[in-house]
Design a binder for this molecule. Structure first.
Ligand code: DLZ
Length: 190
């Protein structure tokens, strides 16, 4: 069974900032995928206070959320002073919330991970969303100049999704781990 070789690349920048946005659709597989991602980020040395997690209803909303999160993180960084950052609501883009004590968001996200899971149904819905979301996320990373990690599973069955979320013993692995690793590697080079 193929599993990508771990790079063991730990973060060199102690302030590497990673945004994650995940869907609430298919939460049975999304929750383990999210955990796989955050566990790998932590294992590679990303500080918990430098990981920001947002949610959206479904995969179709992921590109918009990535765009807003990145823009808000830029505003947050430009208005923050070390040790006393203003905290901008990342998806509303405007409202402010009290900052967590340890947060000093002095720079925008170095990478954003978009996590979703599309499962094919009886209609063409799956094909349209897979196509539009994958193209939009690719375009965003080029246009914004920030790595967008493609954590969107496109599965023909729920069983395929479960295997890729590490929920089927001896079959596949939790792909969230790969996304965490990719975020660190790409974020370090951003
Ligand atoms: C409507 C819908 C369906 C049928 N299936 C999925 C799915 O398998 N995975 C997913 O992430 N989202 C699904 N959605 C929701 C859409 O992505 C989107 O949230 C709605 O169409 C509202 O824009």
């Amino acid at each position: 069974m193929y599993k990508p070789k771990p790079t063991e690349r730990r973060v060199e920048d102690p302030n590497l900032r990673i945004g994650i946005v995940h869907t609430r659709w298919n939460s049975k597989v999304i929750q383990p995928l999210l955990k796989g991602t955050t566990d790998k980020l932590a294992a590679l040395g990303v500080k918990p206070e430098n990981i920001v997690i947002e949610t959206v209803p479904g995969s179709y909303e992921l590109p918009y959320a990535v765009s807003r999160m990145y823009a808000a993180s830029q505003i947050q960084a430009s208005t923050s002073t070390a040790g006393a950052s203003a905290s901008v609501d990342l998806l509303s883009g405007g409202s402010t919330t009290p900052p967590p004590a340890a947060t000093t968001a002095t720079k925008p996200f170095d990478a954003i991970v978009a996590i979703g899971c599309l499962i094919k149904g009886e209609t063409m819905h799956f094909e349209y969303i897979c196509d539009s979301v994958s193209h939009a996320l690719m375009r965003l990373q080029i246009d914004l100049g920030v790595p967008v990690i493609f954590g969107v599973l496109a599965c023909l069955t729920e069983e395929q999704a479960m295997a890729r979320a590490g929920l089927v013993e001896g079959k596949m692995h939790n792909h969230g781990e790969d996304w965490g690793e990719a975020a660190v590697e790409m974020g370090a080079n951003a």
